[in-house]
Design a protein around this ligand. Sequence first.
Ligand code: GDP
Length: 365
Amino acid sequence: SLTAGIVGLPNVGKSTLFNAITKAGAEAANYPFATIDPNVGMVEVPDYRLEELTKLVKPKKTVPATFEFTDIAGIVRGASKGEGLGNKFLSHIRQVDAICHVVRCFDDDNITHVEGRVDPLADIDTINLELVLADLESVDKRFARVSKIAKTKDKEAVAELAVLEKIKPVLEEGKSARSIEFTDEELPIVKGLFLLTTKPVLYVANVAEDEIADTENNDYVKKVKEFAATENAEVITVCARAEEEIAELDEDDKKDFLEALGIEESGLDKLIRAAYHLLGLATYFTAGEQEVRAWTFKVGMKAPECAGIIHTDFERGFIRAETVSYTDLKEYGSMHAAKEAGRVRLEGKDYVVQDGDVMLFRFNV
Ligand code: GDP
């Protein structure tokens, strides 16, 4: 499954946020396998539609979709020079599918800042520069090899060389490769380079508890947003310290606590949803009397592939999928009524599944 890695300089609130994630996971359900790797935290994907479907169908059991975060501690200035920890850190980032970059946007004299001042842009720069330098090394290596092959007029090598030539100067300027616009032809080549700075990123501005209700006027957050816009990246604001407390509350207490903080949604819920989108993920549902369940799929997947997420047999023997949108099912109140109204479709193997589809797969065994 896909995972988002949590990175950031020391003392910005990563562990606090990660604690909130593991606590929330432990609170919500029992995921024994999640404890195997202490750096992986599993959370439920919040989805009001699942609650609504549960009310409609009244199943024996409701199972939400889950999402994994990986804690990647330990980046410091100089990581790209590849000494010990730094090297390990970069190889951990290489393995995640998206990056949640936590940035300190709170003042607190009691908490030392590694660089001696709170400056989110400089912090972002410090980390991004390490990733840029690591990428530059990869690109240079590749360049040396591919430019030789390109001399033989090998088509693929020529195309790759052009891409490398496009990326290299940007990295040399200290900028992430994700700031470059690539053509559809270039994209697969870029993907094959496995760069760190092309991984999708989300900036997580960690603000003080008393600022969480009004982040619009937070100058630190403003700066982070301005920067993120240059990378087409999203910014979410959280108060990691408050999240740790929220993660231990049940639903009712959580609502009260959020109200007291002056926010509608917990930072963790925002983070989960944002990471989900960042990775191009969406949700379809199955809604039977036994179980109502949310399933995660990648946007663009067709019906058989989505069936395969439940079980490989479903994909192999796929015949068709009875499909109704969540909105229609909610509006008509039952599968039966939706059917009578002609809102239930029979979709075949070429159907591209949509977020919010409620599906019943028919298959041969
Ligand atoms: P890490 O090194 O990035 O993992 O940072 P930690 O999560 O260990 O946090 C460093 C310190 O900052 C700890 O003492 C946290 O309690 C504190 N901290 C984290 N988030 C917040 C916050 O939102 N506000 C304040 N005031 N302190 C925070």
